[in-house]
Design a protein around this ligand. Structure first.
Ligand SMILES: [Ca+2]
Ligand SMILES: [Ca+2]
Length: 449
């Protein structure tokens, strides 16, 4: 295959082929079996001697299983030509499969949500004039995906710190976003590229919503939300709500409200299914009053006294929660004074004890979001400055390694405020705003396969 033979063949084969040292270097890996003298015992059929795990760049069938390099499914999505952006994008295909396409025109600083349902990416973001939904309708994993024309789910707003939130539960999409003093919720069960398929937005705040603080999740029939209100005059203002029925009919069905006694600057919520069928509510928010991240959990009585919280130091706002492969929470948040990314990691349960958390001031960063790979390990995406290089942080031991998300040219993809999920073969799908301009586009970056 052209990709592997040009760069990988001679160097990688000679250096790492192990048992096939002599044969491998001379034969160049063209016929791996025939070159290993020990293999061809009888019958003329070339035998293959395993030398270790499959390496995807050396033209050899290292593990004598399923073929060499891109012929081996284990190489799908992995680098197949050193020094390039090429990966095995399909069986026997070594190519660069990083595609960046426009989903629509937007405004600088807009944040977005991206998820996949039924194999197709779905996007939600808020412009000054409308809250917009679009989905990929065909050819989603190619250089020329088709995206639906964005439809307005409801009113827009100019707050660029708040991230509108899109979730799916039971096949139903639902969204929560800020528009002025309102916290709007809407959902769609089918045909979501048509505006009329979305329920009429209801305002959960029933009163002034006052900041970019916005949290939301939906799972197994439960919806949870958090925002800030000035209806509480004690210096707090963070409220938490749940809803199990009539959630699109009236904001009053998201009552009672629980006051969490802090003045927030950004929050995130997550629902996690428990072995006994229950749901753990997980919350993180920055508390301006005490200059800490507050992390909390609740499994029952969550509109009253069921919560337990712990304080995590580091003056970082707008948190993003993710659960790692052990089911332990990690919180990513941004210190907006120093533009530094903080990573908080619970190392063992209970996670409501401060001693079980580690704090790392990791790197220069912009707004951050996080996600999981197929094995449960975690990642985050950000950009160092708005419109700088898009950055991927990949869990590595107890910390993260970071790298640019590169285009096929090898140059870093640029943009701001990314949100991403991991698709097949742990390849990324990223929604982000293009570098600032009069009307930057909101871009979809896809890494094949
Ligand atoms: Ca190989
Ligand atoms: Ca193989």
């Amino acid at each position: 295959m052209a990709g592997g033979s040009s760069a990988g063949g001679s160097t990688a084969g000679g250096a790492t082929a192990g048992g096939a040292t002599a044969g491998g270097s001379t034969a160049g890996g063209s016929t791996a079996g025939g070159s290993t003298a020990g293999g061809a015992t009888a019958g003329g059929a070339p035998a293959c001697t395993p030398t270790g795990p499959e390496l995807c760049t050396d033209t050899l069938d290292n593990d004598c299983d399923a073929g060499a390099d891109c012929a081996d499914p284990k190489c799908l999505g992995l680098t197949c030509q050193t020094g390039t952006q090429n990966v095995c994008t399909a069986p026997n295909t070594c190519a660069c499969g990083t595609y960046v396409t426009s989903v629509g025109t937007t405004q600088s600083g807009v944040r977005a949500s991206l998820l996949e349902v039924a194999g197709r990416p779905r996007a939600f973001w808020v412009n000054s004039t409308a809250a917009l939904y679009a989905e990929c309708t065909s050819n989603c994993g190619t250089a020329t995906p088709s995206w639906s024309t964005p439809v307005a789910v409801g009113a827009g707003y100019t707050d660029r710190s708040v991230r509108p939130l899109l979730h799916e539960s039971g096949g139903v999409l639902s969204v929560l976003w800020r528009s002025g003093n309102f916290v709007y919720h809407s959902e769609c069960a089918a045909n979501c590229t048509v505006a009329a398929s979305w329920t009429t937005p209801v305002d959960l705040s029933l009163g002034p919503n006052t900041s970019h603080t916005l949290g939301y999740d939906a799972l197994n029939g439960l919806k949870i939300a958090a925002w800030e209100t000035n209806l509480i005059a004690d210096g707090g203002g963070l409220v938490y709500a749940e809803c199990t029925s009539g959630c699109t009919a009236a904001g009053a069905n998201w009552r009672p409200l629980l006051e969490l006694p802090h003045d927030p600057s950004g929050t995130d919520l997550k629902l996690s299914a428990l072995p006994d069928g229950g749901l753990r509510r997980i919350a993180a928010h920055f508390a301006n009053d005490s200059n800490v991240i507050r992390y909390g959990e609740c499994e029952a009585d969550c509109l009253a006294n069921g919560w337990a919280f712990v304080s995590l130091t580091g003056n970082a706002k707008d948190p993003s929660i993710v659960l790692d492969a052990q089911g332990l929470p990690r919180v990513f948040a941004l210190n907006t004074n120093t533009n530094r990314l903080f990573v908080y990691r619970c190392t063992q349960r209970p996670c409501t004890v401060q001693a079980n958390w580690s704090t790392t001031n990791l790197m220069a960063s912009g707004h951050v979001t996080s996600g999981n790979y197929s094995d449960g390990s975690t990642f985050f995406v950000t950009s160092t400055v708005d419109a700088g290089a898009l950055l991927l942080g990949t869990e590595s031991g107890t910390t993260y390694t970071t790298a640019n998300i590169n285009l096929c040219t090898g140059a870093a993809a640029r943009g701001e405020r990314p949100h991403a999920y991991s698709g097949a073969n742990d390849r990324l799908r990223v929604l982000h705003v293009a570098p600032p301009g009069i009307n930057p586009s909101i871009n979809f970056l896809y890494q094949a396969p």
